[in-house]
Ligand binder design. Sequence first.
Ligand code: ATP
Ligand code: MG
Length: 255
Amino acid sequence: MTEKERDSIEKIFGQIYEINKLSEQGCTSEVRKILTESGTYLLKSSFYSRYREWLRMEALVLEKLTNQHAIPVPRYFGFFEDEKSSHLVMSFEKGTTLTTALKNAKSQIEKLNLIRSFGEFLNRLHETNIPESLYRENDWLEEQLIRAEKYLHEGQTEGTHQLLEQLQSTKLHPVSQTIIHGDCTTDNVLVIDGKVSFFIDVSGMTAGDPRYDESLAIGCFDDESHIKMFYQGYRRYQVSKEESQYFNEGLYEFF
Ligand SMILES: Nc1ncnc2c1ncn2[C@@H]1O[C@H](COP(=O)(O)OP(=O)(O)OP(=O)(O)O)[C@@H](O)[C@H]1O
Ligand SMILES: [Mg+2]
């Protein structure tokens, strides 16, 4: 950590006693646990322009959700940046990602219970009223296609021109928008006391198309029995093959 970064943190959170890099790291950021005079926090830092933009979006979402309890997300404490890096400070949450919990599960039953709980948790999110602070009038899918096109022009995506054209010409019929996580994989939810009960990595959380979350969630499982279990928890809708492919093998390629 640079002197300047340290100063910025200490100005707000008091003297830093300890900094520990987490054993589980994401792909787009560096995450550290920091112990300061005023408490323990999670410091998430990004260094590349695209990822810094995402981190800024995440900070904004967390800030907008500060005064609500309906959606379990980390508490926002601060965001700062300099020429080379951006940093988000949030509450440090106990728990492990669902990816890790599934890897460590001691029995098939434990695994299936976790997967059902993931379904229940996502179901609950999609049935939560959209907080006023995240409400938007615009069509989410239309905006994502515009964003995909921008990333394509900037040359920073795995998606291709051909794929984008296909997504534009076969755009899914709209469904009513709900609050969505926006990157709903087993990496981005935490398991606490055997239950999936916390969202992290929330830069994409907004009013959007719930089929995107659902598709990404079931895309994490190869086994049919796991997908079936997910739907024992997620009961509001089941995406068709066409819908899940549109997102998993289509739109998601751009982000
Ligand atoms: N608030 C938090 N409290 C405790 N641990 C956290 C918190 N936020 C993130 N983590 C840990 O840090 C890891 C990376 O976090 P996160 O998913 O936000 O990073 P990322 O770089 O955006 O991930 P990716 O780009 O791979 O999706 C998580 O797997 C989790 O173990
Ligand atoms: Mg993540």
